[in-house]
Design a protein around this ligand. Structure first.
Ligand code: PLP
Length: 356
């Protein structure tokens, strides 16, 4: 398919920037790899596929994405495997999810072939940028935005799809203090909560900042109708370990993002013999379990940290401390198991890894 649409042209950087990066002290999200992938959508098709040096791009002040927010993204990571090969974790799922987001935001789908071929060639070219040190990885940011000069309100007819990458340090997942949010909402039924849309992040910044100012690193979002049911934790999915069950909000209401880490964690937990419950999770149920000392663990799941354990939960000024991290057997075990798979140290039974 990609042959038909014209091949990817490659313009290499004249001199790599890699020697300017101290890989033991990477500043998160500030240092970018040498190249980026770009594709343009115009006249109903994707074309002009290219890899060029990472650099600012020129857009019109009337660029539709800046005004009306047609902008979506993905987040994924590449790791160095035991034989120094570059491994990607479940990239086809990211491609699929980007297109789910695209559809909801009235944007064109990107063919899986272009997504995968752009990604593969970009990572081949910048393979030296995948950090080798334990814990570090290469963060990958595919995204799409409306690029037409347009002031009228209608779906743009032009888009850009791009991928760039950035080396990131090991994420020291210090346990976070969270607050159950009972006023603001991240998503509503019928809204765009299931899409990885830029606007979802913008809408969450202010309540998140209020939470941070009050000492909570993250908010637990609840349903927008009565704030009775739990949806997500910050920009991660959230799971509760109670008794022999791992309980997590289901995705049926389309207010929760279908995390790839979420799915991976549930798959591994099930294999470890844990009972999985994907269903509505009420705030009352979680607070009751906390009061009775039955809440063994609460953690967020997402690409950035894989698993981010929660230290305490606050609900209406009442704070509940959770057991010490060292006692969180299940999440510690799953976290290590996922890391081992992503870095190619154990058999990849689920075919999750994609080798560049
Ligand atoms: C990206 C994201 C997640 C996590 O998804 P992963 O595929 O596991 O990285 C969860 N919630 C929200 C709101 C997100 O944007």
């Amino acid at each position: 398919m990609i042959e038909e649409m014209s091949k990817i042209s490659i313009e290499k950087i004249s001199e790599s920037k890699i020697s300017t990066v101290d890989f033991s002290n990477i500043v998160f999200g500030k240092q970018f790899s040498d190249h980026m992938f770009v594709a343009d959508y115009k006249d109903g098709k994707w074309s002009n596929l290219k890899i060029v040096p990472f650099a600012p791009i020129e857009i019109s002040p009337a660029c539709a994405a800046l005004h009306y927010g047609q902008s979506i993204f993905e987040g994924m990571k590449a790791y160095k495997g035991v034989n120094n090969e570059t491994l990607l974790f479940r990239p086809y799922d990211n491609a699929r999810r980007l297109n789910i987001s695209a559809k909801r935001m009235c944007m064109p789908e990107i063919p899986e072939e272009i997504f995968m071929e752009g990604l593969t060639q970009l990572l081949k070219l910048d393979s030296e940028w995948v950090p080798k040190n334990e814990g570090s990885s290469l963060y990958i940011r595919p995204f799409m935005f409306a690029s037409e000069q347009l002031l009228g309100v209608r779906p743009s007819e032009e888009y850009k799809f791009m991928i760039f990458t950035a080396p990131v340090n090991s994420y020291y997942s210090q346990a976070v203090n969270v607050k159950i949010e009972t006023h603001y909402s991240r998503a509503t039924e019928g809204g765009v909560g299931f899409a990885k849309a830029a606007g979802n992040y913008a809408a969450a910044l202010y309540p998140a900042k209020l939470g941070q100012d009050a000492g909570y690193q993250q908010l637990i979002w609840t349903d927008s109708v009565n704030h009775e049911y739990i949806e997500e934790s910050g920009t991660m999915n959230v799971m509760f370990h109670i008794g022999d069950k791992l309980i997590t909000p289901n995705l049926d209401f389309k207010t929760t993002l279908a995390g790839i880490t979420r799915d991976s964690v549930l798959t591994l937990a099930k294999e470890m013999g844990i009972i999985i419950e994907e269903r509505r999770v009420s705030v009352t149920e979680i607070i009751d379990a906390a009061k009775k000392g039955l809440l063994k663990d609460v953690f967020g799941t997402g690409t950035a940290a894989t698993i981010a354990q929660v230290a305490s939960i606050t609900f209406k000024d009442e704070r509940f401390e959770l057991p010490p991290i060292s006692e969180r057997e299940l999440s510690n075990k799953i976290s290590h198991a996922l890391d081992d798979i992503k870095r190619g140290r154990v058999e990849d039974k689920h075919n999750w890894n994609y080798k560049i």
